[in-house]
Write a protein that binds this ligand. Structure first.
Ligand SMILES: [Ca+2]
Ligand SMILES: [Ca+2]
Ligand SMILES: [Ca+2]
Length: 130
């Protein structure tokens, strides 16, 4: 797989209009081909890959509460965005990740309506339309 080579390439993340995290990609820019998966890494900057998911996951297993960087590489189209949840089984606080969102450091974000960091707290996710 291809991962963002530098944090600079993954910036800027644009969430100024909504609480959703959106990698600010223009349609004409060269970006890695979408493969339909959500990626999670245990360390920042896409280090220590833990798992990737094509479908929803109600329990991140050995990856839960360890994610420090994320990449929504879902196929553009229906259900290409993701809710990540603090709790198992899609419970607790959540945050939206737009298709294409690349997050080199989850600690830069909190779950909606909370001061709880995304870092080391995600336990489940579900694909959605945002
Ligand atoms: Ca971590
Ligand atoms: Ca959790
Ligand atoms: Ca979408």
């Amino acid at each position: 797989m291809t991962v963002p080579q530098t944090a600079a390439q993954a910036s800027p993340i644009n969430d100024e209009k909504t609480s959703l995290i959106n990698h600010d990609v223009t349609p004409t820019s060269a970006v890695p081909a979408a493969d339909g998966y959500l990626y999670s890494y245990n360390e920042i900057n896409y280090v220590d890959f833990c798992s990737s998911w094509l479908n929803d996951s109600s329990n991140w297993g050995s990856c839960q509460d360890r994610s420090s960087s994320l990449w929504n590489n879902g196929f553009p189209g229906a259900y290409d965005d993701v809710w990540v949840f603090e709790g198992l089984n899609y419970t607790g606080a959540k945050r939206g990740l737009y298709q294409g969102a690349e997050i080199p450091n989850n600690a830069a974000y909190t779950f909606d309506g909370t001061s709880l960091s995304l870092n080391d707290n995600i336990s489940s996710h579900r694909w959605t339309n945002l």
